[in-house]
Design a protein around this ligand. Structure first.
Ligand SMILES: C[S@@+](CC[C@H](N)C(=O)[O-])C[C@H]1O[C@@H](n2cnc3c(N)ncnc32)[C@H](O)[C@@H]1O
Length: 213
């Protein structure tokens, strides 16, 4: 569901240029040195930010970069994140459709897709963050041992993603059809995930590794 427009959102994002970036291309090839870390995680579609904020706190030795195209969500996430003044995280407030131009080849180690919009109608399939147009870009920017980690509540989106990844230079290395049935304290729960867990819905999760093509 779309978040209601917040008058303060855009001014807030613009008032925090050290944390929220609108022109990510300028940092291409320099993300790890800017954040002072050896491993770079990106979360595409971070929503209100619960996942990357928590993971950046837990995994302080890694860099975390969260991408969100909806300015209202991005502002809520940035406000929350800035309460902790994280040194190992940044945000990009922009549609990820040209993500391949924001990073040098092999610059990213992990891509997290959490509860991406499923876009159920096939006429909108290109908007899915696991469409092959996105996967080709992920493949280019991921390191040779890079991975994409995907969680969703949506079975159809999950099935689509499994096929799309295996046809786009990735192999499936791990899969869960009810991820939260067991405890997974190593992985933070997202805002959407908490809602689906409260409804007792299964959480699908897959890890895809880049393979050479
Ligand atoms: C269903 S919400 C999930 C939010 C969060 N990941 C969670 O699990 O709670 C999907 C989010 O992805 C964002 N999004 C979808 N497509 C995107 C794109 N191409 N670039 C950046 N953000 C995108 C949407 O604006 C929305 O905030």
């Amino acid at each position: 569901m779309r978040m209601r427009k917040k008058k303060w959102a855009m001014p807030f994002l613009q008032e925090n240029p050290d944390f929220v970036l609108f022109d990510p291309e300028v940092n291409k090839g320099q993300w790890k040195s800017i954040l002072g870390k050896d491993k770079l995680h990106i979360e595409i579609g971070c929503g209100k930010g619960d996942y990357f904020i928590e993971m950046a706190k837990r995994e302080k030795d890694d860099a975390w970069l969260a991408i969100e195209k909806d300015y209202n969500c991005a502002a809520v996430a940035a406000k929350k994140a800035l309460e902790d003044k994280p040194e190992n995280a940044l945000m990009i407030a922009k549609d990820a459709q040209d993500i391949g131009a924001w990073f040098a080849a092999k610059e990213v180690d992990f891509i997290h897709l959490n509860f991406s919009d499923p876009w159920p109608k096939s006429k909108n399939s290109k908007r899915r963050l696991s469409h092959s147009n996105f996967l080709q870009q992920y493949h280019k920017i991921l390191s040779d041992d890079g991975q994409v980690i995907l969680k969703t509540d949506n079975q159809k989106f999950f099935e689509f993603s499994l096929i799309e990844f295996t046809h786009s230079g990735f192999e499936l290395v791990d899969v869960w059809v009810d991820f939260r049935k067991e405890d997974h304290p190593e992985d933070a729960i997202t805002e959407y995930e908490a809602k689906f867990m409260a409804l007792q819905q299964p959480i699908y999760r897959a890890i895809f590794a880049k393979v050479m093509i």
